[in-house]
Design a protein around this ligand. Sequence first.
Ligand SMILES: *Cc1c(COP(=O)(O)O)cnc(C)c1O
Length: 396
Amino acid sequence: MTDFERTRAMFDLPKGIVYLDGNSLGPLPRAATDAVARVMRDEWGHELIRAWNTCGWMAQPLALGDRIGRLIGAPPGTVAVGDTLSIKVYQALASALRLRPGRRVILSDSGNFPSDLYMAQGLIGLLGDRELRTPAPEDVAAAINEDVAVVMLTEVDYRTGRRHDMPALTARAHAAGALIIWDLAHSAGAVPVDVAGGNADFAVGCTYKYLNGGPGSPAFIYLGPSVADQARPALAGWLGHDAPFAFDPDYRPAGGVARMRVGTPPILAYAALSAALDVWDEVDMADLRARSIELSERFIAEVEARCPDLELASPRDPHARGSQVSFRFADGYAAMQALIARGVIGDFRAPDIMRFGFTPLYLTEAEVVRGAEVLEEVIRDRLYDRPEHRRVEAVT
Ligand SMILES: *Cc1c(COP(=O)(O)O)cnc(C)c1O
């Protein structure tokens, strides 16, 4: 059995489905169902409140952080898990702004995920006299100057898969005296990342995409040594306090990344996430990346040969993209609905992007070819013209 056959067997994938959306919601790891049931029955059910100590519940935000840390190049004790990614973005950004009080610019890019930009806009509304700049992704490097307090970028663009040069932009931000926040939402579990080696100040990401932690599974945050003991959390919750059970009326941050904890951790969600991380324990990120490139290159070649009306929206150089491939097509929404109705699941991002994720843990080459065959049928036979595929659902 190859390594990827072994990991594929660890997922519960419905028969007949080609799943090209693990970049948006990873599938169910087989062990997660029993893991959640066991925590409910044996820990919550049997131990009741004692489980915070007897089952290590209170230590889980950092224990799970260490397991994610291995996948993103973060040393033990530097990653905390909890809350949603939007909240972790807010925490990182608020902390960074406090560390650069004389500077007024938050620099991001026009391709960043809206929630990250909204968090910046919300903070600016609160703090006043700050400015969010969003140049085109390829113009970010040139826009870094001494007005910039913090550069906030998502390494892999959620729409096109374009990948920023993380070490180069980090070095450039630091040379200008700015801090940098890397959002790894589409990187963790997709491409090798080295937050410590690359000197990131802050990194954040979610666990329900490539890491397969389940819908709404908690996010993570990394603090680099440059900020670990200086960052002042704007969301100063009791579990980020140095001594939560002293019930001190005055806030005093815990040492290191533990200060980024906010409130009571979601133990049931952790049970699913922990089972999902078991799948990653023996995965080598370099092997995974090589396989992801093979699968995505095969898909591009098949689609371009079969569907001349689709235009590649992702960089052609595999090293310049993450683990997803996007095509532009004017009727992309309806075409994606038609594709999904035929068992090939990708997703759609407005205005015209059909998006496909490549996840070697459980995806085979035969499935990738099958996905392209069905896409060919949808486009060639104009199946997207059918009225049932044109109804717009709440989640695209
Ligand atoms: C998926 C994603 C989010 C989602 O944030 P949640 O708070 O988890 O809903 C935020 N930012 C980026 C860059 C993302 O890709």
